[in-house]
Design a protein around this ligand. Sequence first.
Ligand code: SF4
Length: 381
Amino acid sequence: MDGNDLLETMSGMTEFESVGDAPHDERPAPQRGVPVHLHDCITNVTAGSRKMPVLKTLLTTACERNCFYCPFRAGRSSMKRVTLTPDDMAQAFMSLYRAGAVEGMFLSSGIIRGGMTTQDKILDTGTILREKYGYRGYLHLKIMPGAERDQLIRAMQLADRVSINLEAPNAGRLEAIAPGKRFDEELLTRLEWAEELRRQSGGELRASTTTEFVVGPAGESDVEILSTTEYLHRRAGLARAYFSRFRPVTETPFDNYQPTHELRQLRLYQASFLLRDYDFSVEELPFAGKGDLPLDVDPKLAWADDNLRQRPVELNTASQQELMRIPGIGAKGAGRIIRARRQGRLHDLADLRALGIARVERAAPYVLLDGKRPIQQPRLF
Ligand code: SF4
């Protein structure tokens, strides 16, 4: 096969987490020169303050497992199965990279002949890219269920990021949607190993780790998902959790299930950022009766309504952490307020606007300026 044939083949190998539409799956505008059949394989990944187009694909769309939510599960006759060798995959990627169509790669795979054999093929692809082609760009490698510790080490040497998808928040929930997968032995331990390896390597292994949950079909609650997420952020150095709302796939045991509401996915992302970046704990999040976040309100706003409306925060004395808990003020805004206070006191909302805090009206009900609630200008338009 030449490069064009390989690219044609890859068109059947679109994103692995095709049950999801998480923010990291945002599609870039189609680029000139990129074959139309590959547009769905290219996704924007945020690196620092920049977005870069990344080829997100699989070595094979065949799989011997039968996770109930997955389009690639064994036995789905309508699924086109395509397999590339590590050499072919590396060659096809490099042709896209050299053409400027992508700046990185996220490689996963269906499982054939066990997780360890499949992991070897993913590692072979990474090795060919790094050693044969001298590729130094972004590389994200998926860790297969049951991969060995040495394979994880090799993946972390090759990649900027590795991901181990838990799919569900605990063993019982995973059993309900992916009976072949073992939560602790095959998945959670690998996330914990990655953190252990990072710490023990003295800076040599720096690949970050992420995980993903399929939200909805196991009947799990948000508090279950976010408790596991909190554990992973605190104890396993998780860089980010992704949440893929469930959408039914034909020819699967869940094909008559209702899709998960897209707002549930959004609220989980918002809550996970509160856990990771804003020093919230799961106990502080505003869960309703069954342990789910309300769909109709941002969890930070709901927390502020319960906790700050009657006890507003004095902006001239609050700590960084207290400032970041105010709706409309994030880490950057809190930093600007603290720096500005060194020059003098803040008196009114105009002082906040002058600092570049765009969502001043959102913050206003929860703050004091010089001991007084700020006066909000009525909106005319
Ligand atoms: S292991 Fe499960 S989720 Fe992964 S490709 Fe196979 S069936 Fe899909």
